[in-house]
Design a protein around this ligand. Structure first.
Ligand SMILES: Cc1cc2nc3c(=O)[nH]c(=O)nc-3n(C[C@H](O)[C@H](O)[C@H](O)COP(=O)(O)OP(=O)(O)OC[C@H]3O[C@@H](n4cnc5c(N)ncnc54)[C@H](O)[C@@H]3O)c2cc1C
Ligand code: FES
Length: 263
């Protein structure tokens, strides 16, 4: 049975600081799945929103966009990148952290079908979006890219539990099709599919997906990965240039329509 789509962001409660205990930690190839118990979090995350998570020994929290929110548990996919995320993925179950949540503006939901184009941990918010759309009876196309086959466990963990077919593209051709996931999107759009495009991943991937959406006259959204310190609009460290002037990704985004972004 299909369920209604979530209420718009203006009707949701604001963020707060919450206790977040790691209750599960599982490697997924080069990534790590973390499940946080956040019993005081009454608000529901919407796909594309994020939390700003403390990491012991680091002053600044790190922004992460959940891949799922069920009951009091919030699932994250973390890619070790720099010192903060490298420490985060090694924390044992039972570690107590703090998280500002839920933060930012979510993905606007489409009128009809959606095409998701991602790479790496970009699959996290995209899979959360896919789950929401499938519950509402929407059609979802998924294109995921990686250098090689390293993201297979990640894709299996976040998409295959939704029984979604994932079109996997690897640059070395060792898994799925050789090439980039935007090639799958280009074929879908060239066939006249009236989809809304969503992309999360490296800047070049999002720019290519944005250009395809714009070129085919389709709506599209990206989630910009910028340095964030406070996550709540206070420090202005997350400035991004848009066609309407400077905006701040933590409160005006991180999700932006592809035509808003100065690529
Ligand atoms: C909305 C959003 C959602 C994200 N979701 C995910 C996700 O689901 N999974 C995932 O793996 N990654 C995600 N990322 C990326 C992730 O937040 C970064 O990889 C992570 O913050 C990098 O931190 P680091 O310490 O590992 O590395 P580094 O970026 O190297 O950090 C190095 C140092 O820079 C400092 N720093 C960072 N930002 C600032 C700043 N604004 N001002 C001053 N110093 C700063 C840090 O404190 C740190 O000491 C997301 C990013 C955003 C913006
Ligand atoms: S992260 Fe501080 S204003 Fe956006």
């Amino acid at each position: 049975m299909t369920q209604p789509l979530p209420k718009p962001v203006s009707q949701r409660p604001r963020w707060d600081d919450h206790a977040a205990t790691i209750v599960a930690s599982e490697p997924l190839g080069p990534h790590q799945k973390l499940v946080l118990a956040m019993p005081t979090l009454e608000a529901r995350f919407e796909p594309g929103q994020f939390l700003n998570l403390s990491v012991p020994g680091h002053v600044l929290r790190r922004p992460l966009a959940p891949s799922r929110h069920q009951g009091t548990e919030v699932e994250l996919i973390v890619t070790p990148f720099g010192p903060g995320t490298r420490d985060l993925v090694t924390l044992p179950e039972g570690t107590r952290l703090q998280a500002l949540a839920p933060l930012g503006r979510p993905f606007p939901l489409p009128e009809g079908a959606a095409a998701l184009v991602g790479a790496g941990a970009g699959a996290a918010p995209l899979a959360f979006l896919a789950e929401t759309l499938l519950r509402a009876g929407r059609r979802v196309h998924v294109f995921h890219g990686a250098v090689s086959g390293e993201d297979r466990p990640l894709v299996q963990a976040v998409y295959e539990r939704l029984r979604l077919e994932v079109h996997y593209f690897s640059q070395d051709g060792s898994l799925g099709r050789r090439g980039y996931p935007t090639e799958g999107l280009a074929e879908l759009l060239a066939g006249g599919a009236e989809v809304t495009v969503y992309s999360v991943g490296p800047f070049a991937l999002m720019r290519a997906a944005a250009q395809l959406a714009i070129g085919h006259g389709r709506p599209g959204y990206v989630s910009l990965d910028v340095h964030m310190a406070c996550g709540v609009g206070a420090c202005l460290s997350c400035a991004v240039q848009t066609v309407a002037g400077q905006k701040h990704a933590c409160v005006d985004g991180p999700v932006f329509e592809v035509r808003e972004v100065v690529w």
